[in-house]
Design a protein around this ligand. Structure first.
Ligand SMILES: CC(C)(COP(=O)(O)OP(=O)(O)OC[C@H]1O[C@@H](n2cnc3c(N)ncnc32)[C@H](O)[C@@H]1OP(=O)(O)O)[C@@H](O)C(=O)NCCC(=O)NCCS
Length: 157
């Protein structure tokens, strides 16, 4: 198989990136991204994107430092559909783990929905292990709130 190398850079999200991240979710999600960017100014979260050498934003992910003094929490991980299974998600997770270590965290955790076995397999491959279950909820575009039970995974850094 022929391979085509593409340079990828992981960098902080800037407000002008929001239009280029519309692929990552609906309007409620994009509002959450904008709010997370605000929180990044306070140092509560680290919000990064993956930029391909043509300027396209192909990945998004966040690290929440406010939930726990020991563990950083990864969330909002998303890779553009056309760029999945090429290692972008792995690059994102590793970059956010590095940011967590730089902020003094000794472990990172994230939660995954039961109907997302592909993502769970990726995290397991990256060294994450199940440490529990929890209830989570988030707003949907129609104004309702979606509630589900997720598996909490953790990796020591
Ligand atoms: C989950 C998600 C973030 C993973 O991102 P990704 O870029 O596809 O992840 P990677 O490419 O690093 O790894 C995915 C698979 O591709 C394979 N892969 C990694 N690098 C590769 C490469 N260079 N060439 C070919 N395959 C590769 C990996 O083996 C991996 O397989 P596995 O999951 O069976 O172990 C992405 O699928 C996504 O955005 N999904 C929708 C939103 C979502 O579910 N978010 C997570 C919520 S918890």
């Amino acid at each position: 198989m022929e391979t085509l190398p593409v340079a990828l850079a992981v960098r902080d999200v800037e407000p002008e990136d929001l239009p280029g991240l519309q692929w990552s979710g609906g309007s409620a999600h994009l509002r959450a991204v904008a709010e997370s960017w605000q929180r990044s100014l306070e140092g509560e979260v680290v919000l990064v994107c993956v930029e391909a050498s043509n300027g396209q934003l192909v990945g998004l992910g966040g690290l929440d430092l406010s939930k726990d003094p020991v563990a950083g929490e990864l969330w909002m991980l998303a890779v553009h559909e056309a760029w999945q299974s090429l290692g972008v998600g792995t690059r994102l997770v590793r970059a956010l783990e590095q940011a967590a270590a730089q902020h003094g965290r000794t472990s990172v955790q994230l939660s995954v929905e039961d109907d997302n076995p592909g993502a769970a397999a990726l995290y397991e491959r990256l060294g994450y292990r199940e440490v529990g279950r929890r209830r989570e909820s988030w707003p949907l575009d129609d104004g309702t709130t979606f509630t589900t039970t997720t598996t909490l995974l953790r990796r020591e850094l």
